[in-house]
Structures are given as C-alpha cells and as structure tokens.
Design a protein around this ligand. Structure first.
Ligand code: NAG
Length: 336
C-alpha cells in the first residue's frame, strides 16, 4: 500500500568494481545473516499470496496530473518528469538497456478480468503548482484530498475521471502524517465528498531534509551505521532527496496501476493493509538482493549509483517490482 521506511538490517556494504564497462557493476557484499531475511520474498513464492480481487487496473493510457506542493526548483521538477516520461518510450528516443521502460514491462504483465493489461503509455497531462501551501505546511491523509480538490478546481487542470491519476509531490519543508515514521509515500483514491469524484492518487514527499536515511536510503544511511558501517551511495543525479523520491514514485505508480481502487492486485486478506506489487520488492534493486542487501547495481564514471537508464541520458536507481509470471521480484538489470 504505502512504501515503508527501509528496514535497517544491513551491516556492511563493500563495493567491488568488477568490470571494464564504462558503467561498472557493483556488488555490495551481503552480510551472511541477511540470507534468512531475503527468503522472505525473493524466489520464495509460496510465501507470497498475491491475488487478483476482480477490480479494475489502469489499462487505458495513463494521464498523470502532477501537483507540486510547496517550493520546487526547476531542476528538481525536470528530474522527476524525466523519470515519468522515460516509462513509455518510442523507438526514436528509447534509452539503452537496462531502461525505465523495460522496468515498467513487469507492471504491464498484470491484467484485469477482461484480460486487459496495464497500459505502457504514460504521459504527463497537466501540472499544477501550489507555492503558497494553501492547505498548510502539514498535510494529513484527508487534507491531501483537499490539495487535489483545490488543484482540479483550477482551470486548465481538470478532473480526468477516465484516464487521470494525480501525483502530489511535497517539497522538503512540508510534513505529512506518518511521513518518515511509517511511510515515504502512499496511494489511494479520492472521495466524492471531498473532490467530487473517485480519482486514484499517490503522494510522495521529498525526505531530503526530514529523513533521507529513512526515505532516501541508500543515498543516506542512519547515523548509527556511521564509522565502519556502510557508506551511503552517490545518487545518480546528485540530489539525495529527489533521487530518493524517484524509487518511491516508481513504487507507488506501479501499485496505483495494479490496484487503483484497492480492489485488484494485492496479497494478504486484509484490504485495509494490502501488500502490493511494490511492497513485495521494497529495498531490492538488483540480482541477489533481499533482506537489507540492495543487490547488484551499477556505478558510472563519477561513482554515481544507478540500475536503469532513462530519456536524455538520465540514470535512475529504482526498486524492482513483483512479477506475476516469474513469481519473484524482477528488474531490467537482472543478471540472467
Ligand atoms: C499481458 O499480460 C499477460 C499475462 O501476464 C502477459 O502474458 C502478456 O505478455 C502481457 N502483455 C503485455 C503487452 O505486457
């Protein structure tokens, strides 16, 4: 449902740059104990009871409406938009493998009861900026819906109840109910009494100032790991908070697409606390990962860590997604 703070089970990350590729493969070593924890999900499908509950998935082209809440720099907006626009790709501007659009292919494996797959077409249909913090510098799960209500009342930002999903991004000075303590982002749908319609939406916050070691892990690590412990990894675009948001946005978008009204794809019997296709692979970015070990990722010439390429030569580090076909977590940078 919501992306939870990274569970801090790792001990040491030692990097072995291991190849002659311009972007070298790095292999943070795995603490022995972590093998037990990694059994939790990866390759252990009997523990995962992911089921389809007959509700809709986002099978028509997905129109994202971005709501920038608070103060955002143009460069930060561009980075997030480049990630979103890297998901669907035309041949002309396809990124080299492993790519963001390959990453989304795992998501498109999910279907609804008519056998319609989740769409691979994603576009940014509109943007709305609220630099005045109209609903305050602290938001709750309920006032989040007021933020959407205010934005859809403003032309030309519209209520798109056919293909629209709303993505609220809060700047690093905005506090949100449960942010940092229990969640880094969440998705849900709006209520007609608040917004006038039932619209799927997600929220992700910039944790850069509030809790990067929780929500922008592994670009920041907790203080207690300090001396002799794992060192943080260099973010691919030089912005710990926003690079950290990218993976959370990917997680929430994958879940929004496969469980937009919280009655489609999830594991567990409790729809108020569903385990969804992103939750199952949280903290996992490469082959061999799990249990606090992020898996094998890549490093560019300047030492920045990433696991996939996007448009305009961008690089991103995004968590893997549960594949209904492999019955395991999958990502475009898998070794096999
Ligand atoms: C649609 O989903 C089915 C079932 O997972 C899969 O076999 C097929 O490859 C998917 N098609 C696309 C275009 O992703």
């Amino acid at each position: 449902m919501s992306i939870l703070p990274f569970t801090l089970t790792l001990f040491s990350l030692v990097f072995l740059a291991s190849s002659v590729l311009p972007a070298s493969v790095v292999n943070p070593t795995l603490p022995h104990d972590a093998f037990t924890a990694s059994k939790r999900f990866e390759g252990s499908s009997e523990l995962v009871n992911l089921r389809y509950h007959m509700g809709p998935v986002l099978s028509s082209p997905i129109n994202i409406y971005l709501i920038w809440y608070g103060k955002w720099l143009p460069a930060q907006k561009l980075l997030i938009k480049d990630f979103l626009l890297s998901i669907s790709t035309t041949k002309r501007r396809a990124a080299s493998a492993p790519s963001v659009s390959d990453w989304w292919k795992t998501v498109t494996l999910y279907t609804d009861q008519t056998n319609a797959n989740i769409s691979s077409e994603i576009l940014i249909a509109g943007e709305y900026s609220d630099r005045k913090y109209t609903h305050g510098t602290h938001l709750t799960r309920l006032t989040m819906q007021d933020v959407i209500a205010t934005s859809v009342q403003s032309a030309p930002f519209t209520v798109d109840h056919k293909n629209g999903v709303y993505l609220i991004l809060t700047s690093d000075d905005v506090t949100v109910q449960d942010f940092c303590r229990a969640v880094c982002g969440f998705h849900y749908f709006t209520f007609p009494s608040k917004v006038g319609y039932t619209l799927p939406y997600a929220w992700v916050g910039n944790s850069g100032k509030q809790c990067p070691e929780v929500c922008a892990y592994p670009f920041a690590v907790p203080g207690y790991m300090g001396n002799g412990g794992p060192r943080s990894l260099a973010p691919p675009n030089g912005d710990v908070g926003v690079d950290g948001m990218i993976s959370v946005i990917g997680h929430e978008l994958a879940e929004l697409a496969s469980n937009p009204l919280v009655n489609a794809w999830y594991a567990g019997e409790d729809p108020t606390a569903p385990t969804e296709i992103g939750d199952l692979c949280e903290g996992l970015y490469g082959s061999g990962g799990g249990g606090g070990y992020i898996g094998q990722v890549m490093k560019d010439g300047s030492g920045r860590t990433f696991n996939m390429n996007g448009r305009r030569s961008r690089k991103f580090l995004v968590q893997w997604i549960w594949s209904p076909v492999l019955k395991a977590c999958a990502g475009p940078n898998a070794l096999d």
